[in-house]
Design a protein. Structure first.
Lengths: 155, 342
């Protein structure tokens, strides 16, 4: 079984840019909502908390947000599955809905900071990069030799 | 009258509910991804990205990986918080996860298969796991055979290459990988101790310098755990002993002992104040408690003995003023005498 991301370079270049909000709430449901009128309309810049901090509210709960760029070297994509798979083992396809470079990150009643789980999770990407870095063969030989030395001298 | 009420309570078809039902079938779940730019198909590239399942040794089951053009393979990480969702343009998306690609050395995935099949004898890659399509695809189409030199002995005969798993090389290779990870953790100032620390507090430079020297082992342990996520558990254990990493519990005990030593030193310099000694005592019992060397019964004993040890200190600390008071009080009736049982 494999899943194909059904787009090529051309589709990607032509795709529309989306406006995304990352909300700190679980919403049970998908579908249309009047975001422009009832949400975006109430976004205010709150300079008291620093530059680039926005405030809004969701059902009366205060939100504090910030425009964030997609991490460097990455592109944000939104994909959608148009056809439900007939069975578990059948091949599936995901269609491209749009792309984004920036999104608004919202916290519930807290100014976004480096303490947010989201920002800390991004460190993992650098860690993975380091882990994937290939090892030079000379270094490997040196390490093997060094380890042999150590085991000889220690007992 | 009664007829009217029944008519009124008749459930009306809710237009909203019907519309919502229709919509949820029309708009299937959306997914938000961060995909590495260099992996995305370029302008004239007709190749499409694929998500495939390969065996993930750390999770001991298959996991999704993103492949492109049979050359690149990336891990698909999932970032999820308990309560998150997206607004995409004018739509609500209940799936509040972010799927993120992370670079991956496919050799890590191959190690599991080489250990399993080529531990005793050398085999050519197309003979390994012929009955598992995803494994043979990984070994034959995705992995660069040259990279396997780091974890296996390669024997060539004519055009054919045979691979035999080499544990010594693998461990050395993994140790170097771990060191690379340590480098990044240090660079990013990731806190690696066993105790949690808030990012909100600004640490003083003095403290930072002090911890930097002591927690080299903490960094290595964390890095080793990260590398271990891609390994079979027994291989992870071997790597841990190869790197001479002490277990975390032992580290906690050692650190407590070290801090106690520091404190008692400071106490001697300060002229041995009674308060400091007392603190030390508490610390020792806390250490014993945390180390699990003492079970709760004996722990209880130590807490009883510490107050009995305190009185002699109290006597010593009688000041001149108190002595004068005691002198003045001589001959007068003690207040306690009024409350004696007759």
């Amino acid at each position: 079984m494999s899943i194909t991301l059904d787009f090529n370079g051309k589709n990607l270049a032509k795709s529309k840019t989306l406006d995304l909000h990352y909300l700190p709430a679980k919403i049970d449901g998908d579908g249309e909502a009047n975001v422009e009128q009832y949400f975006n309309n109430y976004t205010r810049e709150a300079t008291d908390y620093g530059s680039g901090v926005f405030t809004n509210a969701l059902r009366g709960y205060p939100l504090m947000g910030q425009r964030l760029k997609v991490p460097e070297g990455f592109k944000g994509l939104v994909l959608q599955e148009t056809e439900k798979p007939l069975s578990e083992s059948s091949d599936r396809q995901l269609r491209l809905t749009g792309v984004f470079e920036e999104f608004t990150y919202w916290n519930y009643d807290k100014v976004p900071s480096n303490g947010d789980a989201y920002r800390q999770a991004l460190i993992m990407s650098d860690v993975a990069q380091a882990l994937a870095q290939p090892i030079n063969e000379q270094d490997l030989e040196a390490e093997i030799a060094r380890n042999k030395e150590n085991t000889k001298t220690s007992p | 009258m009664s007829k009217k009420t029944t008519r009124g309570s008749k459930p009306k078809p809710d237009p909203d509910a019907e519309a919502a039902g229709k919509k949820s079938t029309a708009t299937a779940l959306k997914k938000v991804l961060f995909v590495a730019e260099k992996a995305l198909p370029q302008d004239k590239d007709e190749q499409k990205l694929r998500l495939e399942r390969f065996f993930h040794p750390g999770q001991n089951k298959e996991a999704l990986f993103m492949t492109h053009d049979n050359v690149q393979i990336m891990e698909l990480l999932e970032y999820a918080e308990p309560r998150r969702s997206w607004l995409v343009n004018s739509e609500v998306c209940s799936n509040g996860k972010i799927y993120m690609t992370a670079p991956l050395d496919p050799t890590l995935l191959a190690v599991h298969h080489l250990r399993k099949h080529c531990g005793q004898r050398a085999m050519s890659l197309d003979n390994i796991a012929v009955d598992e399509p995803s494994t043979s695809r990984l070994l034959n189409e995705i992995i660069n055979p040259d990279s396997l030199k780091c974890v296996a002995d390669v024997k060539k005969s004519g055009d054919l290459s045979f691979y035999k798993f080499n544990q010594e090389r693998t461990l050395a290779w993994l140790a170097l990988k771990t060191r690379q990870v340590v480098g990044v953790l240090k660079e990013k100032n990731v806190h690696c101790g066993h105790s949690a620390q808030s990012q909100n507090f600004v640490r003083s430079e003095k403290l930072a310098a002090e911890t930097a020297s002591t927690n080299e082992m903490d960094y290595t342990r964390m890095a080793c755990d990260i590398v271990g996520r891609y390994l079979d558990s027994d291989l992870h254990e071997k790597l841990t002993s190869y790197l001479h990493i002490t277990s975390e519990i032992q580290a906690i005990v050692e650190e407590k002992a070290a801090s106690q030593k520091r404190k008692s030193k400071a106490g001697q310099e300060g002229g041995g104040e009674t308060k400091k000694i007392k603190l030390n005592d508490n610390d020792a019992s806390a250490k014993l408690k945390s180390s699990g060397l003492v079970d709760s019964d004996t722990d209880h004993n130590t807490s009883i003995t510490s107050p009995t040890a305190a009185p002699p200190l109290k006597e010593r600390s009688l000041t001149a003023k108190e002595k004068a008071l005691a002198k003045g009080a001589k001959g007068t009736k003690s207040i306690a005498s009024f409350f004696k049982v007759k």
